[in-house]
Write a protein that binds this ligand. Structure first.
Ligand code: GLN
Length: 478
């Protein structure tokens, strides 16, 4: 039977003719079928994936050089445009919309020989922490079907957890890659803001959004990041910085040794006591291994979630104004009055509750009478956080915290209290507010049987240091 360990190992077996891309695709198509109840995929590109696999097998047999992602079976979150394929942001408003171009990141994957197997379920417009906000039904955690997989990239995380593809690509505006990675026991990386082009990623909050990667190994995350990162004429916010050879660095460079953590993150009353004690024990172990681990005072912790929600909803209200029932997607059938009624009805029918809540909130914080009290204030807090972060990383190389305060909760448990759900983002939104890279690595298991991760952050564009640390931590886990 086909078994996937890592891209490197897969390529070795392909070259040795022990396996084919066709066999890999067949294996995953079968896995997806067996696990349909998880609702991880919204659409499978079966025939196309088989045809691509066939072409790759033929090219390889004729001696063509292997792309970095030759035959790698990839699932993409339903917010990434892939030309001539549907993309809906898990929303009714974009039902049956077909992408007219490919996201730069997706195109780069395809150019290196990746096989895109389908689009993955997520929270509507990437807004949520449980994948229960999808217009196409919730996704289930593969380890315990009564629990959520996390969100918003829930389908992408579960796809790695349940072996439905080799790599998943998600997006992370406030934790949407790291939080579901934590809940599902897989690796989830959010690179620095501007490391990967956002062109072709359906926008939620443009100054926060970043494409991220799910995998079971740091080595594979490094290869995929190397492929997707880099300058792009279509995104003026993407960095021109050269892309380091991350996949080589993780084997050649030592892990950074100076680690900080915010004292308040571990003292937070909402943090599960077992997660707290496990992480404290882990930090002790790092000290014994020769790392410097120091506690830093961080009085702004409780400001993070409010700042994040003021700024992201403001940006969302602007970004989502384009979905008006005329240019894109759903248009109401029964607007008898004027144009305003057409807009209102189309948007009311097309957007789910959470998306409507955020558009309203964002419009409110941007409105004339409240702009200074909310939006300007939040921008000031953001600037303070950026300054503090620059200072922190002039002394330390790594910042660690829990990824999420709890393990995966039960489906339906948080449905009626949006603020409780928002508070679960307390540890992840910081990296997006200040633009630094962050990864969740699945190091731990709770006595309730669920996995949880350690969140590791580093300074802007120091993905190399971050991945070196993560690789060391993962390899000493076994
Ligand atoms: N849970 C956060 C939110 O609901 C994060 C979402 C994301 O990163 N896309 O906004």
């Amino acid at each position: 039977m086909f078994r996937f360990q890592s891209i490197k190992d897969y390529h070795t077996t392909l070259i040795a003719e022990q396996v084919t891309c066709i066999q890999a695709v067949e294996f995953y198509l079968n896995q997806i079928k067996q696990h349909q109840n998880l609702n991880a995929f919204l659409e499978i590109f079966s025939e196309e994936a088989m045809a691509t696999a066939n072409a790759l097998d033929a090219a390889r047999k004729q001696g063509a050089p292997l792309g970095k992602l030759h035959g790698v079976v990839v699932g993409i979150k339903d917010v990434l445009c892939y030309k001539d394929h549907k993309v809906s942001a898990a929303s009714k408003i974009l039902e049956n919309y077909t992408a007219v171009y490919s996201a730069t990141a997706v195109q780069k994957l395809v150019d290196e020989g990746a096989i895109i197997i389908g689009r993955q379920n997520c929270d509507e417009f990437a807004m949520g922490s449980s994948n229960e906000n999808s217009a196409y039904g919730p996704v289930k955690n593969a380890l315990d079907n009564t629990r959520v997989p996390g969100g918003s990239s829930g389908g992408s995380a579960v796809s790695i957890q349940a072996q439905l593809c080799m790599i998943s690509i998600g997006s992370d505006t406030g934790g949407s890659v790291r939080q579901p990675a934590d809940f599902c026991g897989v690796i989830g990386l959010k690179p620095s803001y501007g490391r990967i082009s956002r062109y072709g990623l359906i926008a939620y909050a443009s100054s926060f959004d970043q494409i991220g990667i799910f995998s079971n190994t740091v080595a594979d995350v490094a290869i995929v990041l190397e492929v997707m990162a880099g300058a792009d004429a279509f995104d003026s916010t993407v960095s021109n910085k050269a892309v380091p050879a991350y996949s080589e660095a993780i084997h050649q460079q030592a892990a950074p040794k100076k680690i900080a953590y915010f004292k308040e993150t571990l003292e937070h009353p909402g943090l599960d006591p077992e997660i707290k004690s496990t992480i404290i024990r882990y930090l002790e172990k790092l000290k014994q291994e020769g790392y410097t681990v120091e506690a830093i005072d961080f009085s702004l912790l409780t400001y993070l979630v409010p700042t994040y929600y003021v700024l992201t909803t403001a940006e969302a209200s602007s970004n989502l104004s384009r979905f008006d029932g005329i240019k894109f997607g759903h248009r109401t059938k029964d607007a008898l009055g004027d144009l305003t009624e057409l807009y209102k009805k189309s948007r009311t029918e097309g957007f789910g509750d959470e998306v409507q809540r955020r558009i309203l909130l964002g419009t409110f914080v941007l409105s004339a009478g409240y702009f200074d009290a909310y939006f300007t204030k939040a921008q000031q807090v953001r600037q303070k956080l950026v300054d503090l972060t620059t200072k922190l990383f002039s002394t330390y190389a790594i910042l660690v915290s829990p990824t999420v305060p709890t393990t995966a909760f039960k489906l339906g448990a948080n449905n009626h209290t949006p603020t409780e759900m928002f508070l679960a983002d307390i540890y992840t939104v910081y990296a997006n507010l200040v633009g630094i890279p962050a990864i969740s690595i699945p190091l731990f298991k709770h006595s309730n049987g669920m996995p949880f991760g350690l969140q590791v952050m580093s300074s802007e564009f120091n993905e190399t240091g971050l991945l070196c640390f993560a690789e060391k931590a993962m390899s000493s886990k076994q």
